[in-house]
Design a protein around this ligand. Structure first.
Ligand SMILES: Nc1ncnc2c1ncn2[C@@H]1O[C@H](COP(=O)(O)OP(=O)(O)OP(=O)(O)O)[C@@H](O)[C@H]1O
Ligand SMILES: [Mg+2]
Length: 472
């Protein structure tokens, strides 16, 4: 089949914990097959816990592996590729005139991509806290409605410029990891970025879809690294080589934000809000079409307005603390048991805490504030435990209190009253940290007291696939 004739869409989501891919039939929006793989890509930072970095070759290897496991006959029928991924993060790479940062290794089904380590920096993720408030205070005031926080691409690039200038000599391109994946698939010399991901870097005026170039230049920011901007849903290029059976010439969409794609895949009616809990957590709903943010001054608030599709915005409570807080709890238990001389797998611990936390006797007055990473609007806040008495020390009680605390924290950012005032009638819960966790699901119902449905199908990879068909 020639390129462009295929009728299936490949959706890709490059998340903080895992890569997910799916093949979608656009006629009935059915997912025909899907694959997921944990990237296991975290790498230690020389800054200790302030740095949060991931290994890009490992992420791309997980992507290759997921795509290679999709049915061969369906891969041949792919006519478009849509990509999204973890927002805010930044990586650098080096494209030479005659040699790009990636290698294509021929296989019998078309090429596989490999990334020589020396051609790329680490991915500095959205969880990176190296830009302390005192550092952020030295940066110029942006002309856009979204403030710049630690972990945002432009803040990290400012930090690198001032503290590791040698990196700017080693690399000549920058983007999110999903922009890198698009550049790699299309063999692009300069990365292309959608408005959604640009907004997540800071210093980007979403009303005119332009970087704050003058402000950045005036502050000695390396503006030559800023990707070219296109509308969210636009095509960035075409597949340069056959990839595991997908024909070369297949259109590839500019990478999108995972949050926006999750909402696109999930929302059924305008009065639905979407709650996604994966590594992080977001509660979001679509603003009326006439809404426009005030670009004159960025304001630090728990609810922010992120660009969606078709000039619309999402109202979002984006919490840094989601499944990562639960995963940290599970990891802590594993360490403790190891220190006590036992070996228990993480999956056994998950099964146990989910079962104990779901029992009636797990209800208690224990209160956990699980904000291990703080929040963007209160970066100095740590986690804490309150109301401990001898009757609240059971493992089930503690796990349930952590789950309750996660939803209470989101509730504090976007309370029920705000949803009701915006005519929201239902919450749809998605994301693997929520759909796999009945204890957490129950807490959503208890806190919000609104109808809640949980869906495991509609995820960001599917939204990325739908976006390249519906949001052109
Ligand atoms: N066995 C399990 N049972 C229940 N939940 C689990 C289990 N294993 C992992 N999780 C949860 O799933 C979360 C990861 O979810 P997921 O893979 O969807 O994240 P992601 O899409 O990569 O991240 P993000 O979208 O935030 O960038 C973990 O943080 C953990 O809380
Ligand atoms: Mg995700």
């Amino acid at each position: 089949m020639a390129a462009g004739e295929g009728n299936l869409i490949l959706g890709i989501d490059i998340g903080t914990t895992s890569v997910k891919v799916c093949l979608v039939d656009p006629n009935n929006k059915q997912v025909l097959s899907k694959q997921t793989k944990d990237t296991q890509a975290n790498v230690p930072s020389d800054l200790g816990s302030e740095g949060n970095k991931q290994d890009v070759p490992k992420i791309i290897s997980a992507l290759n592996s997921c795509v290679s496991r999709l049915p061969k006959d369906q891969l041949k029928q792919v006519g478009r590729i849509g990509i999204c991924g973890q927002m805010h993060g930044v990586m650098l790479w080096s494209n030479k005139e005659d040699k790009k940062a990636w290698d294509c290794i021929e296989t019998y089904m078309g090429c596989r991509f490999e990334i020589p380590k020396e051609n790329v920096s680490a991915l500095y993720t959205w969880q990176d806290t190296r830009c302390e408030r005192s550092f952020l205070d030295t940066l110029p005031v942006p002309q856009c409605h979204l403030p710049t926080y630690s972990g945002y691409g432009c803040a990290t690039l400012f930090w690198i410029t001032r503290n590791r200038p040698d990196k700017l000599e080693r690399y000549n391109r920058a983007g999110t990891v999903q922009d890198f994946a698009v550049a790699m698939l299309c063999n692009l010399d300069h990365p292309i970025m959608s408005v959604q991901n640009a907004a997540g870097w800071g210093y980007f005026n979403t009303c005119v879809a332009e970087w704050n170039s003058d402000i950045l230049q005036g502050a000695s920011f390396p503006t030559h690294l800023l990707p070219h901007i296109v509308k969210s849903g636009a095509i960035a290029g075409t597949l340069d080589r056959p990839w595991y059976g997908i024909p070369s010439g297949t259109s590839v969409g500019a990478a999108l934000g995972d949050l926006q794609c999750s909402v696109l895949a999930t929302m059924q009616k305008p009065d639905d809000a979407v709650l996604n809990i994966s590594t992080s957590a977001q509660l979001a709903y679509v603003m009326p079409p006439q809404f426009e943010p005030n670009i004159q001054c960025p304001v630090v608030t728990p609810v922010e307005y992120f660009p969606y599709f078709d000039q619309k915005y999402l109202a979002v409570a984006a919490s840094l603390n989601g499944g990562n807080a639960l995963a940290a709890f599970v990891c802590m238990l594993q360490h403790w048991t190891h220190e006590l001389g036992f070996n228990v797998t993480q999956s056994k611990i998950w099964d146990t805490v989910l079962s104990l936390g779901g029992q009636d006797c797990a209800v208690s007055s224990l209160r956990v504030v699980p904000t291990l990473l703080g929040e963007r609007h209160v970066p100095e806040q740590n986690a804490s435990i309150l109301n401990v008495d001898p009757g609240t020390l059971g493992l089930g009680q503690v796990f349930q209190a952590v789950c309750s605390g996660l939803i209470e924290n989101l509730y504090g950012m976007m309370p029920r009253q705000m949803l009701v005032a915006s005519n929201i009638e239902r919450i749809i819960g998605i994301g693997s940290a929520l759909t796999r966790n009945k204890v957490l699901q129950k807490q959503v119902q208890e806190w919000y007291k609104l109808p809640v449905d949980f869906m495991s199908g509609g995820d960001a990879a599917m939204g990325a696939a739908l976006a390249v068909v519906e949001c052109q």
